[in-house]
Design a protein around this ligand. Structure first.
Ligand SMILES: Nc1ncnc2c1ncn2[C@@H]1O[C@H](COP(=O)(O)OP(=O)(O)O[C@H]2O[C@H](CO)[C@@H](O)[C@H](O)[C@H]2O)[C@@H](O)[C@H]1O
Ligand SMILES: OC[C@H]1O[C@H](O[C@H]2[C@H](O)[C@@H](O)[C@@H](O[C@H]3[C@H](O)[C@@H](O)[C@@H](O)O[C@@H]3CO)O[C@@H]2CO)[C@H](O)[C@@H](O)[C@@H]1O
Length: 646
C-alpha cells in the first residue's frame, strides 16, 4: 500500500485541531511562500460539518432576534452556519480563557433556537463540466445540475480535469501526490466559484498537454472513435484527485460556507471514467477510518461506453485483488476482441452505494435485457437503478436573452419571432431565405446512437416536400462525410455542418420549426428539451428519455422505437422517420401546431424539479449531518463567457 506524503512545513500556520485532521488526511500541501488566499488554511476550516449541525440544531430563544437578522442576509434564511461555526471555532481555538468562555456561551445560545438547518456536502465529478469542457450532454449535466443543488442550500463542488488554461479559474497552489500506475504524480487544483458552486479543476499534464481545448476537443482521444492509450491512468488519477479535493481544499468564496468540505460528503460519480472511485474510497480512506460516513452515487449517462479493457490492466489501478471480481467481465461482443476484460462501469455499479440514470424510461430499458442494458443488465437488475429525468440549463438556453440569436422572444411572441429567426438561420447556412418553408433541424454527436445515418437514409423519402433540413454534428468521420455531401445532393434543400458550433446550435434551436431526434437509444436527451423551450417542435424516436419528455400530439411527434443494431440502417426505421416528418409537416401553419408550440413553451424544463429528486436520493444515503434542502433560486447566475482559452 502506498502513502500520501505530508509536508510538515506547510502545516506550521494551522491550529492544532486542523493539524490533527490534516495529518490523518496524509495529504501534501505545497510549501509556497506566496500562497493564494484559497490555500491559506484558517482556524475556522477545521470545524466539521457534524459539529455545525449539532450546534445549529438547538439555538436559544434569547438569540432569536439576532438570528433572524442574520438569517435574512444569509442564504434564504437557512444558513446560519458562519456565525455558529465562527463561535465554535473561536471557542475551540487557543484564545485566552475569558474569551473562550464567552464564545462558548454565545455559541450555546445559538444552539437552542430549534432552527432547521438544511443541506448536504455534494461532490459531483466527471470528465466534462460545461461550459469549461463539453463534448455533449455529460458536460451539460455537470454544468447545470450542481448550481440547482446549490440553490437548494447544499454545499456543492464539481471536480473535473483542467483541459485548458481557463481564464476564470485560479491556482489554489494546493498540491497532492497520487499513485497512478507505477508512478507518483503531483496534482494541482485550480478553482473558481460560480453560480454557488465550487468548480475545481485537476491540473496535470495528462489532461492539459493532451487536450488544450475547451469544448468538443480531444478529451477522450486524438480523434472521435479513438481513445488515448493511457485513459485508464488519466481517469484513475481523476478519481483519486476527486477524493482528495473535499478534504484538502479550503474555500472562502461562499457567503454561507467556509473551510474544507470535510469528510461527510456524498460523491456523485458520472459514467465509466469514475467507476473506480468507490474502490479507492474504501481502500485508501475508509479502511483507515477516514470518510467513514461518505457515500457514492453512480450515475449512468450512457451505458454504451463502459470502459472495457484487457484483464491484465487491473494492475494499473493499484487496487487490492478482491476488487477483481467487481471489474471482471466476459465481453460478448467481438470488437475489438471477445473475451475476459475489466469493465470500469461494472465496478462503478457494484461498488457504489446507489445507481442512477438520467430518465425513468431509460432505467427500465437498462434492466430489460442484454440489448438495451449492453451486457450490464444482469448487474443492474441486482443493484437496482433509479431514473431521474435531466433538466436543462434555462439560463444558457433562454429565447428571451440568448446571446447567439438576433431576435429575443417568449411564448407570447414566438409566432412573430420564428420567421425572422428562420430567415437568419437560412442565410447563415446558405439556404434560400424563405420564411414559408418549414425547416427541420438536427444537432448531435455523430455516432450510431444518434441515428444520423437513419436520417440521411430517410432524407430522399421526404425531401421533395416543401421543407429544408439543417444538420449540425461532429463525430465519426464517415458520418461527417455524409453530412458534407448533403449540400451537393440537395443544394436548395439541405445543409450539413460538421463542426462543433455552439452559436449555430442556438440558431438552429431557435430558427428551425422542428427538431429531429432519431436516436437508436437516448438515455435522456437534451436537444428536445432545448427545442421545446424555444417553441421548436421535437420529432423523436420512442426511446429512453425521449419517451419521458415528449408527449405525442401534445409537445411533439413520436416515430416509434428503432433497431439498436447499428451495423446498417433498418429500412423500416428510415420509413418511420420520413412518414413522421411528413405527418409533422402537415401541421405546419395550422392551429394544431400553434397549440403544440404553446404546450412546449409552457413547461418548466429547468433543473429545479430534477434537483429535488436528486436530493431525495442522495439524502437516502444517510451521510452524517445531511439535511434536506430548501426551495431556492439560483444564487448568482454569472456570465458564462469567462471560460475561453487565452
Ligand atoms: N456539433 C455540435 N455543436 C454544438 N453543440 C453540440 C453539437 N453536438 C452536440 N452539441 C450539444 O451537446 C449536447 C448534447 O446533449 P444530449 O444530451 O442530447 O446528448 P449526449 O449523447 O451527448 O449526452 C448523453 O448524456 C446526456 C446527459 O445525461 C443525456 O441527456 C444523453 O441522452 C446521453 O446520450 C447539447 O447541448 C447539444 O447542443
Ligand atoms: O457528453 C458526451 C458523451 O461523453 C462521454 O462519452 C465519451 C466516452 O465516455 C468516451 O469513452 C469516448 O467514447 C469512445 C469510445 O471510448 C471508443 O471506444 C469508441 O467507441 O468511440 C467512442 C466515441 O469517441 O468518447 C465519448 C464522447 O464522444 C460520456 O460518457 C457520454 O455519456 C456522453 O454522452
Amino acid at each position: 500500500m502506498w502513502e500520501f506524503r505530508t509536508s510538515s512545513a506547510s502545516l506550521k500556520s494551522i491550529t492544532n485541531c486542523r493539524l490533527l485532521l490534516l495529518s490523518s488526511a496524509h495529504c501534501c500541501i505545497s510549501n509556497k511562500k506566496h500562497r493564494s488566499p484559497m490555500a491559506t488554511l484558517t482556524a475556522s476550516s477545521f470545524c466539521t460539518r457534524s459539529l455545525h449541525v449539532n450546534l445549529r440544531e438547538s439555538i436559544g430563544p434569547d438569540s432569536k432576534a439576532t438570528l433572524k437578522k442574520d438569517l435574512i442576509t444569509t442564504h434564504r434564511g437557512l444558513r446560519a452556519t458562519n456565525k455558529v461555526d465562527e463561535l465554535h471555532v473561536k471557542a475551540k481555538a487557543k484564545v485566552n480563557g475569558r474569551q473562550a468562555k464567552r464564545y462558548a456561551s454565545e455559541s450555546r445560545n445559538w444552539r437552542s433556537s430549534g432552527l432547521i438547518v438544511c443541506g448536504m456536502n455534494i461532490v459531483f465529478f466527471g470528465t466534462e463540466v460545461g461550459p469549461w469542457s463539453k463534448t455533449g450532454g455529460l458536460g451539460d449535466v455537470l454544468g447545470g445540475l450542481p448550481p440547482a443543488m446549490a440553490a437548494n442550500g447544499h454545499r456543492v463542488m464539481t471536480v473535473s480535469p483542467r483541459y485548458d488554461q481557463y481564464k476564470d479559474a485560479w491556482d489554489t497552489e494546493v498540491i497532492t501526490e497520487l499513485k497512478v500506475g507505477e508512478k507518483v504524480e503531483k496534482v494541482r487544483f485550480f478553482h473558481c466559484y460560480k453560480r454557488g458552486v465550487d468548480r475545481v479543476f485537476v491540473d496535470h499534464p495528462l489532461f492539459l498537454e493532451k487536450v488544450w481545448g475547451k469544448t468538443a476537443s480531444k478529451i477522450y482521444g486524438p480523434i472521435a472513435g479513438e481513445d488515448y492509450k493511457d485513459n485508464q491512468l488519466r481517469f484513475s488519477l481523476l478519481c483519486q484527485a476527486a477524493l482528495e479535493a473535499p478534504r484538502i481544499l479550503n474555500f472562502t468564496n461562499s457567503k454561507y460556507f467556509s473551510g474544507p468540505y470535510g469528510e461527510d460528503v456524498v460523491f456523485v460519480a458520472n459514467d465509466w471514467h469514475t467507476g473506480p472511485l468507490a474502490c479507492y474510497l474504501e481502500t485508501n480512506y475508509k479502511s483507515r477510518g477516514i470518510y467513514k460516513s461518505a457515500r457514492v452515487a453512480f450515475c449512468i449517462h450512457n451505458i454504451a461506453y463502459q470502459g472495457r479493457f484487457a484483464f491484465a490492466d487491473f494492475s494499473l489501478l493499484n487496487l487490492p485483488d478482491h476488487y477483481k471480481s467487481s471489474f471482471d467481465f466476459i465481453d460478448g461482443y467481438d470488437k475489438p476482441i471477445k473475451g475476459r476484460k475489466i469493465n470500469w462501469m461494472k465496478a462503478g455499479i457494484l461498488e457504489s452505494d446507489k445507481v442512477l440514470t438520467v430518465s425513468p424510461y431509460y432505467a427500465k430499458e437498462l434492466v430489460s435485457g442484454v440489448e438495451k442494458g449492453v451486457e450490464l443488465d444482469n448487474v443492474l437488475r441486482k443493484t437496482g437503478i433509479i431514473g431521474i429525468v435531466n433538466g436543462m440549463d434555462v439560463q444558457e438556453w433562454n429565447p428571451l436573452t440568448d446571446k447567439y440569436t438576433s431576435v429575443k422572444y417568449d411564448a407570447s411572441t414566438v409566432l412573430d419571432a420564428k420567421p425572422l429567426l428562420k430567415e437568419a438561420l437560412q442565410a447563415e447556412v446558405g439556404l434560400p431565405v424563405d420564411r414559408n418553408i418549414p425547416v427541420v433541424g438536427f444537432i448531435g454527436r455523430l455516432e450510431e446512437q444518434k441515428g444520423s445515418d437513419i436520417l440521411i437514409a430517410a432524407i430522399p423519402q421526404f425531401i421533395k416536400e416543401n421543407v429544408q433540413i439543417i444538420i449540425l454534428g461532429t463525430g465519426k468521420k464517415p458520418m461527417e462525410k455524409q453530412l458534407e455531401q448533403l449540400e451537393k445532393l440537395y443544394p436548395t434543400k439541405a445543409r450539413g455542418v460538421a463542426k462543433f458550433n455552439v452559436p449555430l446550435a442556438h440558431m438552429i434551436t431557435a430558427g428551425a420549426d422542428f427538431i429531429l431526434v432519431p436516436s437508436r437509444f437516448e438515455p435522456c436527451g437534451l436537444i428536445q428539451l432545448h427545442a421545446m423551450r424555444y417553441g421548436t417542435v421535437p420529432i423523436v424516436a420512442s426511446t429512453g428519455g425521449l419517451v419521458d419528455t415528449v408527449k405525442e400530439g401534445f409537445t411533439g411527434f413520436h416515430m416509434g422505437a428503432f433497431s439498436v443494431e447499428s451495423d446498417a440502417v433498418d429500412p423500416a426505421d428510415a420509413i418511420a422517420v420520413s412518414t413522421t416528418v411528413k405527418r409533422a409537416l402537415v401541421t405546419y401553419g395550422t392551429s394544431a401546431l400553434t397549440e403544440i408550440i404553446k404546450n412546449c413553451m409552457a413547461q418548466d424544463l429547468s433543473w429545479k424539479g430534477p434537483a429535488k429528486k436528486w436530493e431525495d436520493v442522495l439524502l437516502s444515503l444517510d451521510v452524517a449531518s445531511s439535511k434536506p434542502g430548501i426551495d431556492g433560486e439560483e444564487i448568482a447566475p454569472l456570465a458564462k463567457e469567462n471560460v475561453a482559452t487565452p
